[in-house]
Design a protein around this ligand. Structure first.
Ligand SMILES: C[S@@+](CC[C@H](N)C(=O)[O-])C[C@H]1O[C@@H](n2cnc3c(N)ncnc32)[C@H](O)[C@@H]1O
Length: 380
């Protein structure tokens, strides 16, 4: 029932047009960074990531960042690779990189200014790239510094592409809430509350009750809890059915001092992909749900169109992004996954019925850049 809405309204004309343009912009940013550093000279002949790391004296995390950049360029055939004795060597192809990034920026800004938040965030990371590679600063320091933090805030709250996750999550959460009588909801990794605000805003716009549920807003970071109270109160008028608590989803219920079977609905927007041991986290969430409870994991997923999601250029620079335990079946890569792997992960976590909203098998037959979904796990 969500499929037509997802393909026509959620992923609307602007999202469909501007996502590939943002990809083009990003490719040119990466090339500019490589030109600036000198890596473009190195790529005139085959060179391995290890050789680049040694030449420029980069920190360990640079390996992951450079690999992503080179594979992304390779995907669009600007780079080719060969493997010798298990080592991959990269080299530029003869394909010319366009230099129309300013035109792309201006055109998108004109058509839909919400698209610009992604451009700004990508450019911020690119501008500081060599310092991050050299370990002189970290992605967190760059992105969350007082002078830059508005860029990521605007990206999460108003960005054309990111908002898709919140709108989708809000809609599916409302659907689940409306099926129940005064449900108890837990939000994990709520951050600055952009998902919460969508959920509440949608209820308000539809004239629905803002008191017909009990809501526990959580995050691992105390500062997020403090900052989010006020904007939520501005929507609801008061916080009588809200709690704000610290919750680390890497911990067991025993470590957190929580009882089993507490919640009717647990949800999270773009947070669970950093769980250190995904299966363990999902097992804890299963325990925390009441019978007939539902887990909604709203996530950016790797689309068919291109497995290299542009947002990774940003989060690859964050230290803990790659710090997860891998598993061939349900956690084959760190960060974002294919929706099929998410389904396997939620099944591995013990959930009895697992599906996606919308039905991803269905929507992917009709459009190849379905980059957001809700993985729904139900407890019998
Ligand atoms: C990408 S943000 C998403 C925030 C929010 N859900 C949104 O969509 O705007 C990820 C959030 O997960 C939180 N997080 C990271 N690790 C966590 C953990 N182990 N337990 C709970 N929250 C965590 C971060 O503090 C951050 O607020």
């Amino acid at each position: 029932m969500f499929e037509d809405w997802y393909l026509e309204d959620l992923l609307d004309k602007n999202v469909k047009t501007m996502w590939p343009l943002t990809d083009k912009y990003l490719l040119q940013l990466i090339k500019k960074v490589f030109d600036r550093i000198g890596i473009s000279e190195d790529l005139k002949d085959f060179i391995s990531i290890q050789q680049i790391m040694e030449k420029y004296n980069y920190v360990e995390k640079a390996d992951r960042m450079l690999r992503w950049d080179l594979e992304r360029l390779k995907f669009d055939e600007y780079v080719e690779s060969k493997e010798e004795n298990g080592v991959v060597f990269y080299k530029y192809t003869s394909k010319e990189m366009p230099t129309d990034y300013e035109e792309i920026y201006n055109w998108c800004n004109n058509e839909d200014p919400r698209s610009i938040h992604a451009f700004k965030l990508l450019a911020l990371v690119a501008d500081n790239y060599e310092d991050i590679l050299e370990g002189k600063t970290s992605g967190v320091n760059v992105i969350y510094s007082p002078e830059n933090i508005h860029i990521i805030n605007e990206y999460y709250q108003h960005g054309l592409f990111y908002t898709v996750n919140n709108v989708l999550g809000g809609k599916v959460l409302n659907y689940e809430v409306d099926k129940r009588n005064n449900p108890k909801i837990l939000e994990l990794g709520g951050g600055l509350g952009s998902g919460t605000k969508q959920f509440l805003g949608q209820r308000k716009d539809a004239g629905k009750d803002l008191k017909s549920f009990v809501y526990n807003f959580t995050d691992v970071t105390n500062s997020m809890l403090r900052k989010t109270k006020k904007p939520i109160e501005e929507i609801t008028g008061d916080l009588s059915n809200f709690e704000f608590n610290k919750h680390d989803f890497n911990k067991s219920l025993e470590e957190l001092g929580l009882e089993e079977e507490q919640y009717d609905i647990i949800w999270a927007v773009n947070a669970i992909h950093v769980a250190t041991n995904l299966k363990f986290t999902l097992q804890q969430l299963y325990r925390l749900l009441k019978p007939q409870g539902t887990l909604l994991i709203v996530e950016t997923v790797r689309p068919e169109y291109c497995p290299w999601v542009q947002h990774e250029f940003i989060i690859n620079s964050l230290d803990d992004y790659g710090n997860v335990e891998l598993n061939d079946e349900w956690r084959p890569v760190h960060g974002f996954m294919r929706w099929t792997n998410w389904v396997k992960a939620v099944e591995a976590g013990g959930f009895d019925i697992v599906d996606t909203v919308p039905n991803m098998a269905e929507v992917e037959k009709r459009y190849n850049n379905c980059y957001a979904t809700v993985i729904r796990g139900q407890k019998k």
